[in-house]
Design a protein around this ligand. Sequence first.
Ligand SMILES: Nc1ncnc2c1ncn2[C@@H]1O[C@H](COP(=O)(O)OP(=O)(O)O)[C@@H](O)[C@H]1O
Ligand SMILES: [Mg+2]
Length: 472
Amino acid sequence: MLTVGPKKIKIVLLFKRLFVAKIKIQYVCNSCGGIFPKWQGQCQACNAWNTLEESLETQSQHRFQGITKPALQQKLSEIAIEDIERISSTIPEFDRVLGGGFVDAGVVLIGGDPGIGKSTLLLQTLANLSLSGLSVIYVSGEESAAQIASRAQRIGSYAPDLSILPEIQLEKILNTLENVRPKIAVIDSIQTLYSDSLSSAPGSVAQVRECASQLTRFAKSSGVCLILVGHVTKDGSIAGPRVLEHIVDTVLYFEGDTHSSFRLVRAIKNRFGAVNELGVFAMTETGLKGVSNPSALFLSQSTEIVPGACVLVTQEGSRNILVEIQALVDTSHIPNPRRLAVGLEQNRLAMLLAVLHRHAGIACFDQDVFLNAVGGVKISEPAADLAVLMAIQSSLKNYALPKDLVVFGEIGLAGEIRACPRGQERLKEAAKLGFKKAIIPKANFSKSIKIEGLEIFPVDRIEHAINLVRNF
Ligand SMILES: Nc1ncnc2c1ncn2[C@@H]1O[C@H](COP(=O)(O)OP(=O)(O)O)[C@@H](O)[C@H]1O
Ligand SMILES: [Mg+2]
């Protein structure tokens, strides 16, 4: 009979532990990142329910930390400073949000609702780049090669040399990219990919995270610029763990109403440029077209003056945009009146209504309040506060504000109106578009400001502003 001594078994186990990379499955919470060896309904770290997802754990790298050579450190003065070389996307509005263009080894994530135009914009970009002689590749997990070709034909972006790769297996894609080494590759979309090393389905958090991190590692080691398309969940964040946003260099979001033709591309994070830059596009028969002067896009087209509308000058990155804020205040027949804001922050609306009651004596506790920013824009800057309250007051008292009035200003809890950044630029933009009156924070006003054709009314408290518009 063949027997193996206990000493031999021990040696084999030790060998395995030291030299064979262990692949273990672990469960990671997608809201806090807590790691657990078994699946459970609730994350013990952050108490969230149903957030644990299967993920891959490889221990081999950690085991050898003691014997590897120490990592090389460098002094700042020893590092050669390189200018970041930009590859223009050939679409000026797209370059603006990218901070000037694509960067070698950069990873860009583009998110947005289905049908908003992600694939269209990227196909147009790649077609233009391919026509200019650059090596680019479009990896599509969603559409067949024939569908892409017919879209290219339809939008007039037919580049005969553009490479299309309809594939969803990560290892095959990486292999192709490794062989071809294109300058830029688009992955449409990250949710359709799957890696063989995981058993979970494509689109699951574990798969999305694994595919994105392998692709990012490839981009960094090879210098290929990658553009990943990401789907957006119902609550508006890119599906998959937040980690996805952390591992890439640039995160762009497509915004806008799919019913209107305007699309906004906003930079949320950018390691190579300014954030909050905005690219404005119009969806046309021949694809997305950049709109270089969008200031007046978000004003409603009605020629009559109606109660409940107020024009705001808002700033998006380096741009001034005029947006009409609409409010509807109506008697409520339910115990908890509704407060609904589209394109503006709902919590801020509740706070502003409290300020309006406490400091200007205007109560809305028995009224439903609906708020909308025209054109599907999302406004997050507090400079919109004053325009919101003006629109609400105008709808509640049923009088229209002058059509040639613009407003901006942040409102504090004490009812004071605070200054907004770059007030003078906002006023210039309003004057350029033919507005005649402006209500602005007193702190933004100085006697030296003279803007032709614009009458400026500085205010420092909410009650002053409300009294002022009553007398217009
Ligand atoms: N055959 C067509 N004719 C005209 N417009 C089309 C056609 N097919 C798609 N579109 C337009 O293109 C948009 C789809 O854009 P797409 O780039 O596929 O979006 P995403 O990739 O973000 O899901 C649709 O919303 C529609 O407006
Ligand atoms: Mg698409």
